[in-house]
Design a protein around this ligand. Structure first.
Ligand SMILES: Cc1cc2nc3c(=O)[nH]c(=O)nc-3n(C[C@H](O)[C@H](O)[C@H](O)COP(=O)(O)OP(=O)(O)OC[C@H]3O[C@@H](n4cnc5c(N)ncnc54)[C@H](O)[C@@H]3O)c2cc1C
Length: 421
């Protein structure tokens, strides 16, 4: 078989790339080791609405859409301290991925499930269903995939192990009592943070009809904490109103700056394979849809994988590198510090709302002024936080100057490492 773009992996990243590239007229073949309906994430993810618009994809509708930017209570530890914000859309990833598969096929892409890629070279792929020759090969095979660009192994301390499940509610009165205890209503998110290391969460959303509850957990076990899987099991075992799981899953998420190079020759990468995760909360979907848009437009307009790399790094690299600084700062905080920062108004809506929706943090002057008295009361934390904020700004600027000449990448990367610290 021959095509212009061969895609390895048809989870959300590969599926979005297939849909958008085929729509722009490219001849696309995609393969996945799983059957197509088992490809990629099998759980519910929070995805900001703006990323669908900017990627040129329709926003999800029910039943794919399970929550429409619900009120989001971020609690320090198990509370009561809290910051109340607007959350992202809650999206059933099984439905989103299958919508993208259909969209790709409608525009002529050939998608092949239950087919593994076993080898590759600059001209194509060897698969369990035969050879695919291609002009461009896209690695969308995730963290544990083929590693087309030979990226380094992600250290355990930079891996979040997350679990998410939609469970039956077997005792609605127990669910109501839980919500009342934590000052929330059905349909709202209660997100306990910093319960097993500064980075960890247990995020709970009881559906408005009280029939189902979503439980999402994540932590960094490599830093010596229980994993997201263990946190979820423990949380559910202690709450008898939560019944058996309807669907869900668990996996590791890479938390680091995006790889400094996501294309070489005829190879390119996207999604978890490219380290495209907003690591402040381990979110990959928005960034991979936006990358799919850039890749499709670049190739359709006659550009190369390297052009895609340059465009992506300049547009989104700085946001993700800044998010990774936020993650590193938060990761070392104790539960006590997280609670104190919320109580004293340092972690507040103007500081947290933008990162929650994967935007560059741009707190208003009023928001900063409100945080100032609290900042004075936690000088040690401030000494660490202010340089991280300043470095975030410098990183955003630096990524805008990502070199178009690959020969200048070494010097650019050394400067990046100096800024990021
Ligand atoms: C529990 C949990 C909760 C999460 N919550 C959020 C959230 O709220 N918001 C958010 O944005 N992100 C969230 N994430 C992260 C998000 O789910 C991932 O970033 C995303 O699913 C990665 O997509 P991907 O397409 O890059 O990779 P994957 O989903 O890993 O897909 C890769 C595909 O490649 C296939 N593949 C691998 N190797 C081969 C091969 N050799 N041959 C053929 N096919 C191959 C695999 O079968 C797989 O289908 C969460 C992750 C977890 C685990």
């Amino acid at each position: 078989m021959r095509c212009q773009l061969a895609i390895v992996g048809l989870g959300t990243a590969g599926a979005a790339a297939a849909a958008l590239a085929a729509e722009r007229g490219l001849d696309v073949i995609g393969v996945d080791g799983h059957a197509l309906d088992g490809a990629g994430a099998q759980w519910v993810n929070g995805v900001p609405a703006w990323s669908f618009d900017q990627a040129g994809l329709d926003r999800p509708l029910e039943p794919e859409l399970r929550g429409d930017g619900a009120i989001f209570h971020l609690l320090g530890g198990w509370g009561p301290e809290r910051v109340t914000m607007s959350g992202p859309l809650e999206v059933d990833m099984r439905a989103l991925t299958s919508r993208l598969h259909l969209q790709a096929e409608r525009h002529g892409a050939r998608l092949i499930g239950t087919t593994r890629v076993t080898g590759f070279d600059g001209g194509g792929l060897d698969t369990t269903a035969g050879r695919i020759d291609a002009d461009v090969i896209l690695d969308a095979s995730g963290l544990a995939g083929i590693n087309l660009l030979r990226q380094p192994k992600v250290p355990r301390g930079d891996l979040c192990v997350a679990a998410q499940g939609v469970h039956h509610v077997v005792d609605p009165s127990g669910a109501m009592a839980f919500l009342k205890q934590h000052g929330a209503k059905p349909g709202e998110v209660v997100c306990f943070s910093g319960i097993a290391g500064g980075y960890s969460i247990v995020n709970v959303r009881v559906e408005e009809d009280l029939k189902e509850v979503s439980v999402l957990t994540g932590s960094i076990p490599g830093a010596g904490y229980p994993s997201g899987v263990q946190l979820k099991e423990r949380f559910i075992a202690e709450r008898r109103w939560i019944g058996p799981m309807v669907f869900g899953g668990s996996r590791a998420i890479p938390l680091h700056r995006p790889w400094t190079r996501i294309a070489r020759g005829s190879f390119a990468s996207i999604g978890d394979a490219a380290g495209m995760v907003h690591s402040a909360h381990g979110s990959g979907i928005a960034m991979q849809m936006l990358a799919a848009r850039l890749l499709a437009d670049t190739l359709a307009d006659g550009g190369t994988p390297w052009d895609y790399n340059v465009a992506w790094q300049r547009q989104w690299g700085g946001l993700l590198a800044g998010a990774d600084l936020q993650r590193r700062f938060v990761q070392d905080l104790s539960t006590r510090t997280v609670r104190a920062l919320i109580r004293r108004g340092v972690l507040s809506v103007p500081i947290l709302q933008d990162p929650l929706l994967q935007k560059l943090p741009r707190p208003s002057p009023v928001g900063v002024a409100k945080a100032l008295p609290g900042l004075a009361s936690v000088p040690r934390t401030v000494r660490r936080m202010l340089p991280a904020l300043a470095r975030g700004e410098a990183l955003a600027l630096h990524y805008r100057s990502y070199p178009s000449d690959p020969g200048e990448l070494g010097a650019w990367t050394r400067r990046l490492e100096r800024i990021a610290g």
